[in-house]
Write a protein that binds this ligand. Sequence first.
Ligand SMILES: Cc1cc2nc3c(=O)[nH]c(=O)nc-3n(C[C@H](O)[C@H](O)[C@H](O)COP(=O)(O)O)c2cc1C
Length: 225
Amino acid sequence: MRDNRLCSLLGIEYPIIQAPMNWITGADLAAAVSNAGGLGTLGPNAGARTLTKDVNETGERLRQQIRKVKTLTRKPFAVNFPMGAGDAEGEGGAFCQRCVELALEEGISAAITSVGPPNVYTKVFKDAGVKVLHAVSTASQARKAEQAGVDAVICEGYEGGGYKALTELSTMTLIPMTADAVKIVVVAAGGIADARGMAAALALGADGVCVGPRFMATHECDAHP
Ligand SMILES: Cc1cc2nc3c(=O)[nH]c(=O)nc-3n(C[C@H](O)[C@H](O)[C@H](O)COP(=O)(O)O)c2cc1C
C-alpha cells in the first residue's frame, strides 16, 4: 500500500500492527508479523514465564527479546511501554522507565506508549529518532497526544481486549471522531479481526489497524494453546 500514511511512517508494507499483549507477544510473533509486512510488537513482559517484582530482571528480559527479534528480522518492529502497568503495587512507572532506557540503548524504531499521558516519553523517543504511537480512547486524548508530538494515535474502542480506558466509546464511533480531531496518522483498534473489519476501519477514516487476539491463533504466539 504505497500511498498509505501508516506504511510510509513506519516503513512497512501493510497498515497492520500486531497489538502488544503483555507476555504472550514475544520475539517470535513480533518478528513473524514484521517479516510478513506488518508491524510486530513486543509486549512489556515479552518472554516472561514467571512473575517478578525485579525491575532489572524485567528490563534485561526485554533486552534479550529485542535482541532476539533483531536476529529474526531486519524489518521494523515496535516495543510497548505501558506507563501505569507493572506490578500489583502499582509501581509500573519504575518498570516502564527501565524498559525505556534499555530500549534506547538497544535501538528500536517504533514505540507504542499506553496507559498514561503522551507527554512523558514522547520527547525522549523522538530525540532518539524513534516513531511514537500513543494509545488513546477519546478524540480529546488524541488531540493532546498530537500536541505532545506523537507520530500516530492508536484509537482503541471499547471492544478491544484488555480494554484500558474508563470510557465506553465503541470503535465504530471513535474512529471517525478521532480522524476528524487530528491531522496525524490514526490507527484503529478494538474488535478488528479480519479483512472486512480492516476495510470498515479504513472507510471510517483510519490509516491502519492494530489487532490483538486474532494473533493468538498463530504458532508464534506465546499464549497457551
Ligand atoms: C490478552 C491481552 C493483553 C493485552 N496486553 C496489553 C499490554 O500489555 N499493553 C497494551 O498497551 N495493551 C494491551 N492489550 C490491548 C491490545 O494491545 C489492543 O489494544 C487490543 O487487543 C486491540 O483490540 P482487539 O483486542 O479487539 O484486537 C492487551 C489485550 C489483550 C487481549
